[in-house]
Design a protein. Sequence first.
Length: 353
Amino acid sequence: MKKRFVSSLLMLSILLSCLIFSSCERSKQKYSEYSFDYFDTVTTITGYATDREEFDAVAAEILTELGEYHRLFTIYHRFDGLENLCTVNELVDGAHRTVTVDRRIVDMLLYAKDMYEKTNGHVNIALGSVLSIWHDYREEGMNDPAAAKIPPMDKLTAAAAHTDIQNLVIDEEACTVTLTDPEMTLDVGAIAKGYAVEMVARTLEERGISGYVINVGGNVRTVGAKGDGTPWTVGVENPQEDAADPYFAYLYLQGESLVTSGSYQRYYVVAGKRYHHIIDPDTLMPEDLYLSVSVVCKSSADGDALSTALFCMSPEEGLALVESLPGVEAHWVLNDGTRVTSPGWSGYEQQGS
Ligand code: AMP
Ligand code: MG
């Protein structure tokens, strides 16, 4: 009798704790926070928390960590007392120094080298010398559209002689980085944002936090499901400006990332033709096949690196790469608006979207 009483008491307490837990879950509210301070773009944090205070504490931690990655990875700004990729790129007496850097820089550069191999060189952070020429011509062309020009090919070809990623020498133990070609520079624009978002998302996951979405300029990483346990709905941007719906499709995500590279994201116009910011390492010109390429996978670092690389590959080559990588799906929008998707993409897509 006593045994039965104890076991019913146990059942009751389990039931009660389940009820309390689910009502806590239900009482979570959705909050958002914005910042314009990192990676030259807007950061949006959305999350479910019991109250504003709880959300603000998590959002502040996310922004602090993102800020650290931003300062380490930027190639455009130096900060007093900090060796970052801007100082790695600098020349002193006509050569690059061997720079002792934060472990997070070493890890990201090793990751970028690995993605260079995996993508057959289509995403190459050692393209800095070529990309900076396009960057300068684009800035000048945007400031003075009537005088906009594209860079001369001989200038691009000369710069391309200094893009061999083997000349990025990393000593993992000593945590040092050296660019052994004095004319080589790094441009991590294709990878750093997604990598930083991934690292921040993993910090949350390690601490058991879920119910958050970190979106840094379209690099979207979901951390767990929504507060009520259902998946997040994340839109795939429609690259066609006159489209009635700003999103092409809506995906259900819980713990995965969605990253898009698009020719509409950054470009300038020369003689009526658009020149965007994703440069094919083979032709040294903006790749002219797609309006956008989106990648869904667990890691937003992979999503960022792969979406840029796929942008520079033919649909056939890209599809073969995607199919060789477990857990990676992709969505291409060709220049005429046609959509191509990898076989597993539809598993994420909301019906009728
Ligand atoms: P994303 O928007 O992630 O596709 O990255 C585009 C940015 O990456 C550009 O603004 C350049 O800074 C850089 N980039 C462009 N083409 C390449 C490439 N083929 N490999 C590596 N980085 C690139
Ligand atoms: Mg990218």
